[in-house]
Ligand binder design. Sequence first.
Ligand code: NLE
Ligand code: FE2
Length: 319
Amino acid sequence: DGTKAAAPEPKVQTEVRRVPQSLEEVDNGQILGFGADLAEDHPGFKDQAYKDRRMAIADIARAHRVGDPIPRLEYTSEEVHVWNTVLRELRGLYPDGACAEFQRCFPLFDFKEDVVPQLEDLSQILKRETGWQIRPVAGLLHPRDFLNGLAFQTFHSTQYMRHPSKPMYTPEPDLCHELLGHVPMLADPDFCDMVHSIGVASLCADDSQIWHLTKIYWFTVEFGVVLEGDEKKAFGAGILSSYGEMEHMRTGKAYFVPFDPHAKQPKMSYKDGYQNRYFVLKSFKDGAQKLRDYCSDITPPDIMVEREISGQAFKEICM
Ligand code: NLE
Ligand code: FE2
């Protein structure tokens, strides 16, 4: 009939990812590593009782529903002993090695050497101080899910104890790392704002931005140091929870470079032992500002300033 067939639409492959509207929509089941399947080089690899215990604790995290209290665990005397050792050693190093914000927040939790704290109690204290909360998780989450949790002022935390043969350092998150490294810092409002900005940016980030944000998180929240006068003090949880790493950082074996979130970030190392390089913030506020600048390239500026995240705001901007 003379009419030409319409040219076929070009095929465009788009990936549609639903931006979580609430914490319930952040998946806490995709565990990348350090779950109950331990690698051969893990100190607990040959310790079946340790692996069974971790499996049981991981199951508790998997069964937890947002809004329910975090189940209390009864820790074994061996686990209490590990906690005791780590807390005692670190307590002696904090006055010289930890940043001022940490020192101010640490006493809020009233940690006792002979009692392993319960996540639920610490989550309550955080809610009161900064509005943050803890959600239990079975192991190392996928970075997107982990960072998304931060947008909802939620810190995903493991609940098992490191292996007793190596209390001074573990390559993976464990209870000592979460409670001594992360929890006290999350009682500081400026620190929380900084971490929150990483979380909010992660909601709308594409995969390559997620990896960049993960590295930013790693080199600040996990291993960052901050200048106080001309001294370098730890605020990164991986330093604050390891008396081996804290000593290492303090004794000049590593080198220090200024933190720049816009720069290409080096590889993160998960299990090669202590960091050989630490990133330095000029001050806590300066670091927070730098992070905000970087994150505002990813996230529309009007949701950057919202401390309370509302589902509606995401819907309008990200969906
Ligand atoms: N190396 C830290 C510690 O021993 O507490 C844990 C780091 C987890 C990323
Ligand atoms: Fe951590």
